[in-house]
Design a protein around this ligand. Structure first.
Ligand SMILES: *Cc1c(COP(=O)(O)O)cnc(C)c1O
Length: 424
C-alpha cells in the first residue's frame, strides 16, 4: 500500500498542528504508523491522498449513518449554503429541526442546539446543577462525555470518595466534585446515593458505552440510574452523542424504552456538520437563559447549513434503515466470531445494532476493568493487517466500529475475510 503522500503530509502537519491532528485518536499513536490522509469519501468508502481505497468502519466516529457524501444530504446543504452561512438570528430551519428532534425523542420536550458533543454534555450538567442547586456529579469509568474539566476525572485511589484529574490542567478542586463509579455496578450507585443524600446534582451515563468499546448496560442498570435520581431529586442525563439516532430513532432510550430527564445528542444529529443538542424535561430546560438563570449561548449554534444536514439525515431514519443496520451488524458479528473460532483467537465480539467491538479478551466485557484486560499487541497486529487489506478500522481497541446503510453484504463479507487473515 502506498503511503508517500500521507507520509509527507504527516511530516508537514506535525510541524504546525499538535501531533499533526486536530483530535488525538487520529494520530494513530495506539497502533503506530502513518494515518492515511483522506481526500474524499463516498458511501462505505474512504479514498486517501495516495489513491488507496478503504471500507470504512469509523464513519467519522459516528455521524455517517447514511454513509459518506450522501447525495440528498449534500444537495440539501449546497442549496442552504447559497442563502448564507450564519445569521445569528432565528430561522425557520431551526424550528423544523427542533420539531423533528422532539418528535423522534419523546423525552426531549425543550432543547437547545450547540456545536459539539462536548458542549452538549457540559451544558446539560450546568442546567442539572442550576436546577437542583447541587454540585456533585456522578459518572462511570470508561464512559467519555467530551473534554470539559469536570468530565476528565478518574476515580480517586483506594477508598477515596472523590475524583482526581484525568488530564493535566484540570483543577483538583473541580475533579473533587465528580464521583466516578464502575459501569454496570448498581450496588455502587445505590451506595453513592445512600452515603450522600441530597448532594448529587446529576448522574451522566452512556446508555450503551461506545468509548471503552461497545459495552451494553446490564438489565436494570439504566433503570436504577433513573429511579435513584428520581428518589433523591437528582437529574439523570443520558449522553447519547454516540447512540442517539444510531440505535433507534430515539437512540438507546428508544431501544430500551426509557425516559431520562436530560439527553445529549451529537454526531448523527448534524449528519457530519458541527451540530449537537441538549434537552429534556420542560421544567429543567426552562432554567436556561433567557427563560432562567443558567447561562449558555453560542455564536454558530443552530446555523442553517448544519441544521439542514441534520434535517436531511434525520428525516431518512426509518424502520427499514434500522432493520438493514441490524442485519448487517449481525452478519459482521457472526463472521468475526466464526473467524476468531477458526483461528483459535481469544476474541469477544460485543454488538448493539450497528455499534460493534471485537475485544481481544475472553469477555464478557461489562466495565472498564474488563476492557483494560485486552491484549493490546494482538489488536495492533489486527488493525495493521486490516489497514493493509483496505479495511479502515478504529485505531484504538477502546473504540466501537460503526456500520452505515451504505455498507453492502459484500463489504461485510470482504471485511470478515480480511479479519480472518488478520487473526491468523
Ligand atoms: C463523541 C462523544 C462526545 C463528544 O462529542 P464531540 O462532538 O467530540 O465534542 C460526548 N459523548 C459521547 C458519548 C461521545 O461519543
Amino acid at each position: 500500500m502506498k503511503r508517500d503522500v500521507s507520509g509527507a503530509l504527516f511530516e508537514r502537519a506535525q510541524r504546525v498542528i499538535v501531533a499533526g491532528v486536530n483530535s488525538p485518536v487520529r494520530a494513530f499513536r495506539a497502533v503506530g504508523g502513518v494515518p492515511p490522509f483522506i481526500a474524499r469519501a463516498r458511501g462505505s468508502r474512504l479514498f486517501d491522498e495516495d489513491g488507496n481505497e478503504f471500507i470504512d468502519y469509523v464513519g467519522s466516529w459516528g455521524p455517517a449513518i447514511l454513509g459518506h457524501a450522501d447525495p440528498q444530504v449534500i444537495a440539501a446543504v449546497q442549496s442552504a449554503l447559497t442563502n448564507g452561512l450564519s445569521f445569528g438570528a432565528p430561522t425557520a430551519l431551526e424550528v423544523e429541526f427542533a420539531e423533528l428532534v422532539t418528535s423522534m425523542v419523546p423525552s426531549i420536550e425543550l432543547m437547545r442546539c450547540v456545536s459539539s458533543g462536548t458542549e452538549a454534555t457540559m451544558s446539560a450538567i450546568r442546567v442539572a446543577r442550576g436546577f437542583t442547586g447541587r454540585d456533585v456529579l456522578i459518572k462511570f469509568e470508561g464512559c467519555y462525555h467530551g473534554h470539559a474539566d469536570h468530565l476528565l476525572v478518574k476515580a480517586g485511589s483506594g477508598a477515596a470518595t472523590f475524583g482526581e484529574p484525568d488530564s493535566a490542567g484540570v483543577p483538583a478542586s473541580v475533579a473533587r466534585l465528580t464521583l466516578t463509579l464502575p459501569y454496570n455496578d448498581i450496588g455502587a450507585l445505590e451506595r453513592a446515593f445512600t452515603d450522600s443524600p441530597g448532594v448529587i446534582a446529576a448522574v451522566i451515563v452512556e446508555p450503551v458505552v461506545g468509548n471503552m468499546g461497545c459495552v451494553p448496560p446490564i438489565a436494570g442498570f439504566l433503570e436504577a440510574i433513573i429511579a435513584l435520581c428520581k428518589r433523591d431529586g437528582a437529574v439523570s442525563i443520558f449522553d447519547e452523542v454516540m447512540t442517539g439516532f444510531r440505535l433507534s430513532r430515539a437512540g438507546a432510550q428508544g431501544h430500551y424504552g426509557l425516559h431520562p430527564d436530560l439527553t445529549a445528542l451529537g454526531k448523527i444529529a448534524g449528519g457530519g456538520m458541527p451540530l449537537a443538542i441538549y434537552g429534556g424535561r420542560r421544567d429543567i430546560m426552562s432554567k436556561v437563559a433567557p427563560l432562567g438563570p443558567v447561562y449558555q449561548a453560542g455564536t454558530l449554534s443552530g446555523n442553517p447549513s448544519a441544521v439542514t444536514a441534520g434535517l436531511a439525515t434525520l428525516s431518512r431514519l426509518d424502520a427499514a434503515l434500522y432493520a438493514k443496520l441490524e442485519s448487517l451488524g449481525a452478519r459482521l458479528e457472526a463472521g468475526l466470531t466464526e473467524a476468531a473460532a477458526k483461528a483459535n483467537a481469544e476474541l469477544c465480539v460485543q454488538r448493539v445494532g450497528s455499534m460493534l467491538t471485537p475485544f481481544f479478551t475472553r469477555g464478557p466485557v461489562r466495565n472498564w476493568n474488563d476492557s483494560a484486560k485486552q491484549d493490546k499487541e494482538r489488536f495492533v497486529r489486527f488493525h495493521r493487517s486490516l489497514l493493509e487489506q483496505g479495511i479502515y478500522w478504529p485505531a484504538s481497541q477502546y473504540e466501537a466500529a460503526f456500520i452505515s446503510v451504505a455498507h453492502s453484504e459484500a463489504d461485510i463479507d470482504r471485511t470478515v475475510a480480511a479479519a480472518a487473515e488478520a487473526l491468523k
